[in-house]
Ligand binder design. Structure first.
Ligand SMILES: *[C@@H]1O[C@H](CO)[C@@H](O)[C@H](O)[C@H]1NC(C)=O
Ligand SMILES: *[C@@H]1O[C@H](CO)[C@@H](O)[C@H](O)[C@H]1NC(C)=O
Ligand SMILES: *[C@@H]1O[C@H](CO)[C@@H](O)[C@H](O)[C@H]1NC(C)=O
Length: 409
Protein backbone atom coordinates (compact mmCIF):
# COMPACT_ATOMS: atom_id res chain seq x y z
CA UNK A 1 0.00 0.00 0.00
CA UNK A 2 2.75 2.42 1.09
CA UNK A 3 4.72 1.48 -2.00
CA UNK A 4 1.73 2.12 -4.22
CA UNK A 5 1.15 5.49 -2.60
CA UNK A 6 4.79 6.47 -2.94
CA UNK A 7 4.72 5.50 -6.60
CA UNK A 8 1.58 7.54 -7.09
CA UNK A 9 3.19 10.51 -5.37
CA UNK A 10 6.31 10.13 -7.48
CA UNK A 11 4.22 9.98 -10.63
CA UNK A 12 2.17 12.94 -9.46
CA UNK A 13 5.21 15.07 -8.69
CA UNK A 14 6.84 14.09 -12.02
CA UNK A 15 3.66 15.22 -13.74
CA UNK A 16 3.65 18.42 -11.69
CA UNK A 17 7.26 19.14 -12.67
CA UNK A 18 6.41 18.53 -16.33
CA UNK A 19 3.39 20.82 -16.05
CA UNK A 20 5.43 23.47 -14.32
CA UNK A 21 8.16 23.19 -16.96
CA UNK A 22 5.59 23.59 -19.73
CA UNK A 23 4.00 26.52 -17.90
CA UNK A 24 7.35 28.24 -17.30
CA UNK A 25 8.22 27.72 -20.95
CA UNK A 26 4.99 29.28 -22.21
CA UNK A 27 5.29 32.09 -19.67
CA UNK A 28 8.80 32.73 -20.86
CA UNK A 29 7.59 32.91 -24.45
CA UNK A 30 4.76 35.29 -23.64
CA UNK A 31 6.89 37.63 -21.58
CA UNK A 32 10.07 37.42 -23.64
CA UNK A 33 11.81 40.75 -23.69
CA UNK A 34 9.32 42.30 -21.29
CA UNK A 35 11.52 42.05 -18.22
CA UNK A 36 10.71 40.98 -14.66
CA UNK A 37 8.63 44.01 -13.81
CA UNK A 38 5.78 43.09 -16.18
CA UNK A 39 2.67 41.52 -14.67
CA UNK A 40 1.88 38.11 -16.13
CA UNK A 41 -0.97 35.80 -15.22
CA UNK A 42 0.32 32.78 -13.36
CA UNK A 43 -0.62 29.38 -14.71
CA UNK A 44 -3.28 27.50 -12.74
CA UNK A 45 -2.16 25.05 -10.10
CA UNK A 46 -3.09 21.40 -10.42
CA UNK A 47 -1.70 20.42 -7.05
CA UNK A 48 -4.06 18.36 -4.91
CA UNK A 49 -4.94 19.80 -1.52
CA UNK A 50 -5.16 16.38 0.02
CA UNK A 51 -3.34 13.72 -1.89
CA UNK A 52 -4.54 10.88 0.36
CA UNK A 53 -8.07 11.33 -0.94
CA UNK A 54 -8.94 9.04 -3.84
CA UNK A 55 -11.18 11.74 -5.20
CA UNK A 56 -11.24 15.22 -3.70
CA UNK A 57 -15.02 15.57 -3.92
CA UNK A 58 -17.40 18.09 -2.45
CA UNK A 59 -19.52 16.67 0.37
CA UNK A 60 -22.87 17.21 -1.34
CA UNK A 61 -24.10 16.35 -4.85
CA UNK A 62 -22.78 19.13 -7.11
CA UNK A 63 -22.97 20.05 -10.80
CA UNK A 64 -19.62 21.18 -12.18
CA UNK A 65 -18.97 22.70 -15.57
CA UNK A 66 -15.69 21.26 -16.84
CA UNK A 67 -15.40 23.03 -20.19
CA UNK A 68 -17.03 26.14 -21.63
CA UNK A 69 -18.49 24.12 -24.49
CA UNK A 70 -20.55 22.19 -21.94
CA UNK A 71 -22.43 25.36 -20.92
CA UNK A 72 -25.25 24.97 -23.44
CA UNK A 73 -25.83 21.38 -22.31
CA UNK A 74 -25.81 22.03 -18.60
CA UNK A 75 -27.63 25.37 -18.75
CA UNK A 76 -27.67 28.02 -16.07
CA UNK A 77 -29.84 26.25 -13.50
CA UNK A 78 -29.41 22.47 -13.51
CA UNK A 79 -31.40 20.69 -10.83
CA UNK A 80 -31.04 17.38 -9.08
CA UNK A 81 -33.76 15.56 -7.22
CA UNK A 82 -33.27 12.52 -5.01
CA UNK A 83 -36.37 10.63 -6.12
CA UNK A 84 -36.19 7.48 -4.06
CA UNK A 85 -33.96 6.32 -1.24
CA UNK A 86 -33.99 2.87 0.33
CA UNK A 87 -31.37 2.58 3.02
CA UNK A 88 -29.76 -0.87 3.16
CA UNK A 89 -30.98 -2.04 -0.26
CA UNK A 90 -29.02 -1.54 -3.50
CA UNK A 91 -32.27 -1.55 -5.49
CA UNK A 92 -31.01 0.80 -8.21
CA UNK A 93 -27.93 -0.70 -9.83
CA UNK A 94 -28.15 -1.75 -13.48
CA UNK A 95 -30.14 -2.02 -16.71
CA UNK A 96 -31.93 1.35 -16.86
CA UNK A 97 -34.43 1.50 -19.74
CA UNK A 98 -36.59 4.53 -20.43
CA UNK A 99 -39.83 3.98 -22.37
CA UNK A 100 -40.95 7.15 -24.17
CA UNK A 101 -44.64 6.25 -24.51
CA UNK A 102 -45.31 5.52 -20.82
CA UNK A 103 -42.47 7.58 -19.29
CA UNK A 104 -41.53 4.53 -17.26
CA UNK A 105 -37.98 3.73 -16.24
CA UNK A 106 -37.10 0.07 -15.70
CA UNK A 107 -33.96 -0.95 -13.82
CA UNK A 108 -32.55 -3.85 -11.82
CA UNK A 109 -31.25 -4.24 -8.28
CA UNK A 110 -27.63 -5.14 -7.63
CA UNK A 111 -26.83 -8.74 -8.58
CA UNK A 112 -24.74 -10.46 -5.96
CA UNK A 113 -23.35 -7.66 -3.79
CA UNK A 114 -24.22 -7.69 -0.06
CA UNK A 115 -26.77 -4.84 -0.30
CA UNK A 116 -28.32 -6.35 -3.44
CA UNK A 117 -30.39 -8.94 -1.54
CA UNK A 118 -29.57 -11.42 -4.30
CA UNK A 119 -27.09 -14.27 -4.45
CA UNK A 120 -26.65 -17.89 -5.55
CA UNK A 121 -30.06 -18.81 -4.20
CA UNK A 122 -32.02 -15.58 -4.77
CA UNK A 123 -32.60 -13.75 -8.06
CA UNK A 124 -32.32 -9.97 -8.27
CA UNK A 125 -35.36 -7.84 -9.07
CA UNK A 126 -36.35 -5.76 -12.09
CA UNK A 127 -38.23 -2.64 -10.99
CA UNK A 128 -40.29 0.01 -12.71
CA UNK A 129 -41.05 3.61 -11.74
CA UNK A 130 -43.31 6.00 -13.54
CA UNK A 131 -41.21 9.08 -13.98
CA UNK A 132 -43.97 11.59 -14.59
CA UNK A 133 -45.84 10.53 -11.50
CA UNK A 134 -42.75 10.25 -9.41
CA UNK A 135 -41.43 13.71 -10.23
CA UNK A 136 -44.67 15.30 -9.08
CA UNK A 137 -44.82 13.21 -5.95
CA UNK A 138 -41.17 13.73 -5.06
CA UNK A 139 -41.53 17.49 -5.53
CA UNK A 140 -44.26 17.29 -2.89
CA UNK A 141 -41.86 15.27 -0.73
CA UNK A 142 -43.88 12.07 -0.74
CA UNK A 143 -42.02 9.69 -3.03
CA UNK A 144 -41.42 6.44 -1.24
CA UNK A 145 -39.85 3.16 -2.17
CA UNK A 146 -42.86 1.15 -1.05
CA UNK A 147 -45.49 2.93 -3.15
CA UNK A 148 -43.57 4.24 -6.17
CA UNK A 149 -41.20 1.41 -7.08
CA UNK A 150 -42.97 -1.63 -8.52
CA UNK A 151 -41.36 -5.04 -9.04
CA UNK A 152 -41.86 -6.39 -12.57
CA UNK A 153 -43.21 -9.95 -12.21
CA UNK A 154 -40.94 -11.76 -14.68
CA UNK A 155 -40.43 -14.85 -12.51
CA UNK A 156 -38.61 -17.04 -15.03
CA UNK A 157 -35.61 -19.35 -14.76
CA UNK A 158 -34.51 -17.83 -18.09
CA UNK A 159 -34.24 -14.30 -16.69
CA UNK A 160 -31.80 -14.52 -13.80
CA UNK A 161 -29.65 -11.73 -12.42
CA UNK A 162 -30.59 -9.08 -14.96
CA UNK A 163 -27.63 -6.77 -15.52
CA UNK A 164 -28.38 -4.75 -18.65
CA UNK A 165 -31.27 -3.68 -20.78
CA UNK A 166 -32.56 -1.59 -23.59
CA UNK A 167 -35.78 -0.98 -25.41
CA UNK A 168 -36.30 -3.21 -28.47
CA UNK A 169 -39.23 -3.14 -30.86
CA UNK A 170 -41.29 -1.49 -28.13
CA UNK A 171 -40.49 -4.15 -25.54
CA UNK A 172 -37.71 -4.69 -23.04
CA UNK A 173 -34.56 -6.46 -24.09
CA UNK A 174 -32.85 -7.68 -20.93
CA UNK A 175 -29.42 -9.23 -20.66
CA UNK A 176 -29.10 -11.57 -17.72
CA UNK A 177 -25.96 -12.91 -16.07
CA UNK A 178 -27.56 -16.21 -15.04
CA UNK A 179 -27.42 -17.76 -11.59
CA UNK A 180 -25.74 -21.00 -10.45
CA UNK A 181 -26.20 -23.44 -13.33
CA UNK A 182 -29.07 -21.40 -14.83
CA UNK A 183 -27.53 -19.93 -18.00
CA UNK A 184 -27.18 -16.28 -18.79
CA UNK A 185 -29.49 -15.02 -21.51
CA UNK A 186 -30.65 -12.24 -23.75
CA UNK A 187 -34.42 -12.15 -23.48
CA UNK A 188 -37.21 -10.10 -24.96
CA UNK A 189 -39.61 -9.26 -22.15
CA UNK A 190 -43.03 -7.91 -23.21
CA UNK A 191 -43.97 -4.96 -21.03
CA UNK A 192 -47.63 -6.04 -20.82
CA UNK A 193 -46.87 -9.70 -20.12
CA UNK A 194 -43.41 -9.79 -18.50
CA UNK A 195 -44.04 -13.31 -17.21
CA UNK A 196 -43.71 -14.51 -20.82
CA UNK A 197 -40.10 -13.70 -21.76
CA UNK A 198 -38.76 -14.94 -25.07
CA UNK A 199 -35.12 -16.03 -24.84
CA UNK A 200 -33.21 -14.97 -27.97
CA UNK A 201 -29.80 -16.32 -27.00
CA UNK A 202 -28.21 -18.26 -24.15
CA UNK A 203 -25.14 -19.95 -25.65
CA UNK A 204 -22.35 -19.92 -28.20
CA UNK A 205 -22.20 -23.33 -29.92
CA UNK A 206 -23.64 -24.99 -26.84
CA UNK A 207 -21.39 -23.27 -24.32
CA UNK A 208 -22.95 -20.90 -21.81
CA UNK A 209 -21.72 -17.35 -21.49
CA UNK A 210 -19.53 -16.41 -18.54
CA UNK A 211 -21.43 -13.49 -16.98
CA UNK A 212 -23.51 -11.55 -19.50
CA UNK A 213 -23.35 -7.88 -18.62
CA UNK A 214 -24.68 -5.14 -20.91
CA UNK A 215 -26.43 -4.68 -24.24
CA UNK A 216 -27.05 -2.12 -26.99
CA UNK A 217 -29.01 -2.45 -30.23
CA UNK A 218 -27.52 -1.46 -33.59
CA UNK A 219 -29.96 0.40 -35.92
CA UNK A 220 -29.87 -2.61 -38.21
CA UNK A 221 -31.26 -4.84 -35.45
CA UNK A 222 -28.10 -6.62 -34.40
CA UNK A 223 -27.65 -6.96 -30.66
CA UNK A 224 -24.22 -5.98 -29.34
CA UNK A 225 -23.37 -7.21 -25.87
CA UNK A 226 -20.61 -7.79 -23.35
CA UNK A 227 -19.73 -10.96 -21.48
CA UNK A 228 -17.72 -10.27 -18.30
CA UNK A 229 -17.11 -12.37 -15.18
CA UNK A 230 -18.86 -10.66 -12.27
CA UNK A 231 -21.29 -13.50 -11.54
CA UNK A 232 -18.30 -15.80 -11.09
CA UNK A 233 -16.34 -13.20 -9.07
CA UNK A 234 -19.37 -12.65 -6.82
CA UNK A 235 -20.03 -16.35 -6.24
CA UNK A 236 -23.49 -16.59 -7.78
CA UNK A 237 -22.75 -17.96 -11.26
CA UNK A 238 -21.11 -21.24 -12.26
CA UNK A 239 -17.97 -20.92 -14.37
CA UNK A 240 -18.60 -21.96 -17.99
CA UNK A 241 -15.05 -21.68 -19.26
CA UNK A 242 -16.11 -18.99 -21.72
CA UNK A 243 -13.73 -16.11 -22.44
CA UNK A 244 -14.67 -12.47 -21.86
CA UNK A 245 -15.61 -10.59 -25.02
CA UNK A 246 -17.76 -8.05 -26.82
CA UNK A 247 -20.18 -9.85 -29.14
CA UNK A 248 -22.49 -9.02 -32.04
CA UNK A 249 -25.60 -11.15 -32.55
CA UNK A 250 -28.12 -11.18 -35.36
CA UNK A 251 -31.38 -12.40 -33.82
CA UNK A 252 -32.83 -13.30 -37.22
CA UNK A 253 -30.07 -15.56 -38.52
CA UNK A 254 -28.43 -16.48 -35.21
CA UNK A 255 -25.08 -15.23 -36.52
CA UNK A 256 -22.63 -14.48 -33.69
CA UNK A 257 -19.41 -12.52 -34.16
CA UNK A 258 -16.76 -11.48 -31.64
CA UNK A 259 -16.19 -7.73 -31.93
CA UNK A 260 -13.35 -7.62 -29.43
CA UNK A 261 -11.63 -9.93 -26.97
CA UNK A 262 -8.72 -7.65 -26.07
CA UNK A 263 -10.19 -5.98 -22.99
CA UNK A 264 -9.54 -7.57 -19.60
CA UNK A 265 -13.21 -7.10 -18.66
CA UNK A 266 -15.60 -5.44 -21.13
CA UNK A 267 -18.59 -3.96 -19.31
CA UNK A 268 -20.89 -1.07 -20.34
CA UNK A 269 -21.30 -0.29 -24.03
CA UNK A 270 -23.09 2.17 -26.28
CA UNK A 271 -23.08 3.42 -29.87
CA UNK A 272 -22.65 6.90 -31.35
CA UNK A 273 -25.85 8.24 -32.99
CA UNK A 274 -24.55 7.25 -36.45
CA UNK A 275 -23.61 3.80 -35.10
CA UNK A 276 -20.08 4.18 -36.50
CA UNK A 277 -18.39 4.35 -33.11
CA UNK A 278 -18.70 1.72 -30.41
CA UNK A 279 -17.81 2.68 -26.83
CA UNK A 280 -16.94 0.00 -24.29
CA UNK A 281 -15.85 0.41 -20.68
CA UNK A 282 -12.92 -1.60 -19.32
CA UNK A 283 -13.60 -2.61 -15.72
CA UNK A 284 -10.89 -5.22 -15.08
CA UNK A 285 -9.86 -2.99 -12.15
CA UNK A 286 -13.00 -4.11 -10.28
CA UNK A 287 -12.90 -7.76 -9.21
CA UNK A 288 -16.15 -8.31 -7.33
CA UNK A 289 -15.48 -10.02 -4.02
CA UNK A 290 -11.70 -10.04 -4.72
CA UNK A 291 -9.18 -7.20 -4.25
CA UNK A 292 -9.22 -4.70 -7.11
CA UNK A 293 -6.49 -4.89 -9.75
CA UNK A 294 -4.80 -1.49 -10.21
CA UNK A 295 -2.82 -2.84 -13.17
CA UNK A 296 -5.93 -2.52 -15.36
CA UNK A 297 -6.66 1.13 -16.18
CA UNK A 298 -10.35 2.06 -15.78
CA UNK A 299 -10.85 3.35 -19.31
CA UNK A 300 -13.59 3.94 -21.82
CA UNK A 301 -12.45 2.68 -25.21
CA UNK A 302 -13.78 3.74 -28.60
CA UNK A 303 -13.76 1.49 -31.67
CA UNK A 304 -14.73 2.02 -35.31
CA UNK A 305 -17.72 -0.22 -35.95
CA UNK A 306 -18.18 -1.63 -39.46
CA UNK A 307 -21.53 -0.98 -41.17
CA UNK A 308 -22.22 -4.72 -40.86
CA UNK A 309 -21.79 -4.36 -37.06
CA UNK A 310 -19.70 -7.55 -37.23
CA UNK A 311 -16.25 -5.96 -36.90
CA UNK A 312 -14.81 -3.38 -34.52
CA UNK A 313 -11.39 -1.93 -35.31
CA UNK A 314 -9.06 0.94 -34.34
CA UNK A 315 -9.40 0.59 -30.59
CA UNK A 316 -8.34 3.80 -28.83
CA UNK A 317 -8.65 5.38 -25.40
CA UNK A 318 -11.66 7.69 -25.21
CA UNK A 319 -11.64 8.67 -21.52
CA UNK A 320 -10.53 7.58 -18.08
CA UNK A 321 -12.74 7.12 -15.02
CA UNK A 322 -12.29 9.81 -12.43
CA UNK A 323 -12.73 7.39 -9.55
CA UNK A 324 -13.26 3.63 -9.49
CA UNK A 325 -14.46 2.42 -12.88
CA UNK A 326 -16.75 3.70 -15.62
CA UNK A 327 -19.74 1.39 -15.64
CA UNK A 328 -22.77 2.25 -17.78
CA UNK A 329 -22.67 4.45 -20.90
CA UNK A 330 -25.25 6.35 -22.92
CA UNK A 331 -25.05 8.88 -25.79
CA UNK A 332 -27.25 11.82 -26.69
CA UNK A 333 -28.33 12.98 -30.15
CA UNK A 334 -25.23 15.19 -30.41
CA UNK A 335 -22.94 12.24 -29.75
CA UNK A 336 -21.96 13.33 -26.23
CA UNK A 337 -21.16 10.37 -23.99
CA UNK A 338 -22.65 9.97 -20.49
CA UNK A 339 -20.77 7.73 -18.10
CA UNK A 340 -21.27 6.82 -14.46
CA UNK A 341 -18.16 6.23 -12.37
CA UNK A 342 -17.12 6.28 -8.73
CA UNK A 343 -17.16 10.10 -8.71
CA UNK A 344 -20.58 10.51 -10.34
CA UNK A 345 -21.91 11.30 -13.80
CA UNK A 346 -19.33 12.41 -16.39
CA UNK A 347 -20.36 13.97 -19.69
CA UNK A 348 -17.84 13.87 -22.53
CA UNK A 349 -17.89 15.44 -25.98
CA UNK A 350 -17.56 13.06 -28.97
CA UNK A 351 -13.82 13.72 -28.87
CA UNK A 352 -13.56 12.83 -25.17
CA UNK A 353 -13.38 16.31 -23.61
CA UNK A 354 -15.03 16.40 -20.19
CA UNK A 355 -17.91 18.89 -20.58
CA UNK A 356 -19.68 18.74 -17.24
CA UNK A 357 -20.10 16.39 -14.34
CA UNK A 358 -22.47 15.71 -11.48
CA UNK A 359 -20.38 14.77 -8.49
CA UNK A 360 -22.31 12.33 -6.36
CA UNK A 361 -20.68 11.42 -3.05
CA UNK A 362 -19.96 9.04 -1.49
CA UNK A 363 -19.84 6.35 -4.22
CA UNK A 364 -20.88 8.00 -7.49
CA UNK A 365 -23.34 6.11 -9.66
CA UNK A 366 -23.39 2.92 -11.70
CA UNK A 367 -25.85 3.65 -14.51
CA UNK A 368 -27.40 6.53 -16.39
CA UNK A 369 -30.32 6.80 -18.79
CA UNK A 370 -31.58 9.83 -20.71
CA UNK A 371 -35.32 10.43 -20.51
CA UNK A 372 -35.87 13.33 -22.98
CA UNK A 373 -36.29 17.03 -22.28
CA UNK A 374 -32.96 17.20 -20.48
CA UNK A 375 -34.04 14.66 -17.86
CA UNK A 376 -31.36 12.22 -16.76
CA UNK A 377 -31.94 9.31 -14.39
CA UNK A 378 -29.05 8.00 -12.30
CA UNK A 379 -28.90 4.69 -10.50
CA UNK A 380 -26.80 4.98 -7.35
CA UNK A 381 -27.43 1.74 -5.43
CA UNK A 382 -29.58 2.87 -2.48
CA UNK A 383 -30.66 6.02 -4.36
CA UNK A 384 -32.38 6.98 -7.58
CA UNK A 385 -31.71 10.52 -8.84
CA UNK A 386 -33.36 12.65 -11.48
CA UNK A 387 -31.33 15.46 -13.01
CA UNK A 388 -32.80 18.27 -15.07
CA UNK A 389 -30.32 19.98 -17.38
CA UNK A 390 -30.71 22.22 -20.44
CA UNK A 391 -30.09 19.55 -23.08
CA UNK A 392 -29.64 15.78 -23.11
CA UNK A 393 -31.80 14.07 -25.73
CA UNK A 394 -31.76 10.29 -26.07
CA UNK A 395 -31.08 8.95 -29.55
CA UNK A 396 -34.44 7.99 -31.07
CA UNK A 397 -34.75 4.25 -31.32
CA UNK A 398 -34.46 2.62 -34.69
CA UNK A 399 -37.73 1.22 -36.01
CA UNK A 400 -36.20 -2.22 -36.30
CA UNK A 401 -38.62 -3.56 -38.90
CA UNK A 402 -36.58 -6.73 -39.14
CA UNK A 403 -36.93 -7.46 -35.49
CA UNK A 404 -40.68 -7.06 -35.45
CA UNK A 405 -40.75 -10.38 -37.23
CA UNK A 406 -39.17 -12.01 -34.21
CA UNK A 407 -41.44 -10.30 -31.73
CA UNK A 408 -44.46 -11.69 -33.57
CA UNK A 409 -43.17 -15.22 -34.09
C1 LIG B 1 -7.19 14.15 3.95
O1 LIG B 1 -8.47 13.57 3.81
C2 LIG B 1 -8.74 12.56 4.75
C3 LIG B 1 -10.05 11.90 4.37
O2 LIG B 1 -11.02 12.86 4.07
C4 LIG B 1 -8.74 13.16 6.17
O3 LIG B 1 -8.98 12.14 7.10
C5 LIG B 1 -7.40 13.79 6.42
O4 LIG B 1 -7.41 14.45 7.68
C6 LIG B 1 -7.06 14.79 5.34
N1 LIG B 1 -5.68 15.25 5.52
C7 LIG B 1 -5.37 16.53 5.46
C8 LIG B 1 -3.91 16.83 5.65
O5 LIG B 1 -6.18 17.42 5.28
C1 LIG C 1 -29.46 -14.77 -0.25
O1 LIG C 1 -30.22 -13.59 -0.25
C2 LIG C 1 -31.46 -13.71 0.39
C3 LIG C 1 -32.21 -12.40 0.19
O2 LIG C 1 -31.48 -11.34 0.72
C4 LIG C 1 -31.22 -14.05 1.87
O3 LIG C 1 -32.48 -14.25 2.51
C5 LIG C 1 -30.40 -15.31 1.96
O4 LIG C 1 -30.06 -15.54 3.30
C6 LIG C 1 -29.12 -15.18 1.15
N1 LIG C 1 -28.43 -16.45 1.13
C7 LIG C 1 -27.15 -16.55 1.42
C8 LIG C 1 -26.56 -17.92 1.32
O5 LIG C 1 -26.47 -15.58 1.73
C1 LIG D 1 -49.49 8.37 -9.38
O1 LIG D 1 -49.61 8.87 -8.07
C2 LIG D 1 -50.93 8.85 -7.56
C3 LIG D 1 -50.90 9.45 -6.18
O2 LIG D 1 -50.36 10.73 -6.22
C4 LIG D 1 -51.43 7.41 -7.53
O3 LIG D 1 -52.77 7.39 -7.08
C5 LIG D 1 -51.36 6.81 -8.91
O4 LIG D 1 -51.70 5.44 -8.89
C6 LIG D 1 -49.96 6.95 -9.49
N1 LIG D 1 -49.92 6.48 -10.87
C7 LIG D 1 -48.99 5.65 -11.33
C8 LIG D 1 -49.08 5.31 -12.79
O5 LIG D 1 -48.11 5.20 -10.64
Amino acid sequence: MALTLRRTLAAASAAAVALLAAAVFSLARETAGAGCAEQAALPPSFVSRNISDIFDAPAAPTFQLQHTSGKALLGGAPKSLLLIEKSGYAFAHEAPVWCADSDDVYFASNAGAPLGRSNLTTNNVVFKVNLRNLTERAAAGIASFASDVHAVPIDSDSVQMTNGGTSYAGELLLINTGRGSLPGSIALVPRATPQQPQVLLNNFRGRGFKSLNDVVVHPDGRILFTDADYGVLQDFKDETGMWKAVWSFDPLSGDLAVLDASLTTPNGLTLSPDAKTLYVTETGFARGFYPSDPSVAPLIYAFDLAASARHATNRRVFAVAESGISDGLKVDTEGNVYSCDGAGLQVYSPSGTQLWRFVLPPIGCTQVVLASGGRIVLLAEERLYLLQVAAAEPVPLAELPRHNRIARS
